[in-house]
Design a protein around this ligand. Sequence first.
Ligand SMILES: Cc1cc2nc3c(=O)[nH]c(=O)nc-3n(C[C@H](O)[C@H](O)[C@H](O)COP(=O)(O)OP(=O)(O)OC[C@H]3O[C@@H](n4cnc5c(N)ncnc54)[C@H](O)[C@@H]3O)c2cc1C
Ligand code: SF4
Length: 600
Amino acid sequence: MPFVSAEQQKDSYDVIVVGSGAGGGQAAYTLCMSGARVLMLEAGRRYRPESETPMFQTPDKAPLVGVGTPQKPFGFYDATVDGGWQVPGEPYVSANPQPGGRFDWWRARMLGGRTNHWGRISLRNGPYDFKPFSRDGLGFDWPISYEDLAPYYDKVELLVGVYGSNEGLENTPNSAPGCLLPPPNPLVSDLLVAQRAKPLGIPVIPGHRAVLTQPLDHQKSPARLHPGNLTAQKLTADAMRARAPCLWATPCGRGCSVRANYQSTTVHLPPALASGHLDITTDAMVYEVTLGRDGRASGVSFIDRTTGKQRQARARVVVLAASACESVRILLNSKSAGFPQGLANSSGQLGRYLMDTVGSSVAGQVPLLESLPPLNEDGADGHARYVPWWLYKEQLAGKLGFARGYHIEFGGGRRMPGYGTGAQMEWLTGGSYGVKFKEDVRRYYGSFVWFDGRGEMIPNENSYCEIDPALKDKWGIPVLRFHWQWSEHELRQAVHMQTTFADIIHAMGGRTNGPVETDGAKAIAPGGSIIHEVGGALMGADPKKSVTNQWGQTWDVPNLFITDGAVFASNADKNPTLTIMALSWRASDHILERLRRKEL
Ligand SMILES: Cc1cc2nc3c(=O)[nH]c(=O)nc-3n(C[C@H](O)[C@H](O)[C@H](O)COP(=O)(O)OP(=O)(O)OC[C@H]3O[C@@H](n4cnc5c(N)ncnc54)[C@H](O)[C@@H]3O)c2cc1C
Ligand code: SF4
């Protein structure tokens, strides 16, 4: 019985996986494909993308024309249920609520977590990104290199389906042959960006997104993914056949009922459930890892949110994948005589070195793009093309004034019109109305471009989370308090983004629609707001300076693993989720091997 209540759980499992997003979904898939008996505990409710995804609803069918509200920050049709910047009854604290010191924490309380509505941008970290300290003396090196993770990037790309191309650019790795799907056609605005950015020395190449541009190769890929494991091959092939390629017509943030993009709920969980080895209990809020007398994790304690009762589950191995900050919170709250500062925290490093992505944006209007006919590609959800970081040499030579790079995500074209389409055009129309206003809207619609920088943040001592001494959530679980500070590197990087984006817009013959910020503190988005938070339980080579080893295995408790972004030793400009999945697969292979040898 795959979905089980707390009462229906077995007495013990091989592995408990906490959380069902990218890290948890990947762990459950890998473990179940090799026959491990897994219990997944998910704090949110069960979610059925096939029947709950409003792919084709137009904004006029929604309350308030689908506009964002505190309960639904990304709009009425967004896939997130029971989540957002604030989750009712589950508060958190920013020690310094002022801009620059604030940390915003996005959570999703649903099966599949944030993978139901994420942007699907799936970039590999490059060789430099695993050894940043060796390169410029800042931050920390990972205990693994790109070569250690490359086979797992290949596997994840083959399984979930990622489009893109191999360009052979510096620190922008190629995938193994056959891993990537072909990229989609560029938008007209993409072509114009590429043409005008080239003389500025800025490369524009196909983006990488976890969206199927064609059906997955269900005949060859399963054998590549699971050599010698015929059962896993069949389950994976069946799951691949159940996915349709993209229609290029609907906003991916609502989720995808035809399974064309990656969501844990449509990609990882169906084959894991079909294996018969996975039990899932939803509405199970884990608050503690329990410790046996032998110093090993014996299981977890959780609140059954349907009854409010405290429950226990037992397993040989515990895997935390509740998202970076939530996994840290569970460990900090797991106090015992041997671990008075939280479990697996003998180093005192738990909660330290929290990181997000540096974000800064500029938008503009380009007369060359006015009054164009609508094209099929306009329906696509962006990131057909992007700009990888291109100034590695100048940066290493100290010419930029900041130590780490960024990539550029940009967009244009005509998306599904919604509330706000046609608003705030006075700076172009001079305040027209009536027939003239309608003509103006048609003229300008599709002529806007926007550029979002996504940059590396260097881990620092002043960005961390801890347990708030007073506040508890509605279940009585102590909550997190965040401390946040950018360094000059991030602030200068944000200013560089602003001037670069303005340069590109001007080179396109366009105008920016606001001032270009030269003050880094104003240019940079608040901590956490890019929703790429990682760190807090860094992996390393030294047990005194890190929380886990290269496998995400905690130094202090041998059968306790972390497979979400908490283990990141740095946060490259590349969006983190592909790396979370690759690390999770690698850690799960390690767990399987140790279980086979009866070492766990
Ligand atoms: C709007 C948006 C756009 C994004 N775009 C991108 C992008 O383009 N590329 C990219 O790489 N990343 C993107 N991200 C980030 C991406 O979603 C995360 O990196 C990824 O989902 C992290 O995976 P995870 O498994 O660690 O956490 P999650 O996906 O958040 O899953 C964690 C799960 O654990 C559950 N959980 C939490 N606490 C507990 C508990 N105590 N007990 C039991 N269960 C618990 C949660 O309910 C949740 O289901 C985006 C995020 C958002 C919100
Ligand atoms: S655009 Fe494609 S991937 Fe996105 S929701 Fe629509 S069909 Fe799915």
